[in-house]
Ligand binder design. Sequence first.
Ligand SMILES: *[C@@H]1O[C@H](CO)[C@@H](O)[C@H](O)[C@H]1NC(C)=O
Length: 124
Amino acid sequence: MRFARLLPLVLAPLALASPEPAPRPNPVAAPAPDGTGLISELPSILSGAKELLSEDTIKDLDVIITGAAKLLSSKNIDILQDILTNAHGLLTKDFVDNTTTLIGDATPLVEDVSKLLGGVLGSL
Ligand SMILES: *[C@@H]1O[C@H](CO)[C@@H](O)[C@H](O)[C@H]1NC(C)=O
């Protein structure tokens, strides 16, 4: 006997077990009419996914993931931790204030040197 002829027999107990569908707490929008919406976009979505999962992309992802995994070895995590700790220590308010002052002081100097050089070069 073909499966299609058995199907009603298989589905009948399911229909009896739940005569009414359970009420939905969050009703969703009615399905889009045929030929529109997600279903019709599915082929292009799948072809995009297929493209993403091409052999080349997978190789690239493998390189990226392997590289990231190496970067995140426990040794490098310790180093990164040190760098972050030192950067954090460097970026005290005092240091930032002094560096800002330094840059502020240097700016007119650079402008003066630039004018001076411009004048010298202009007189040649
Ligand atoms: C900032 O400059 C003051 C003097 O202007 C100095 O005593 C102090 O050590 C400097 N701090 C840093 C973090 O460079």
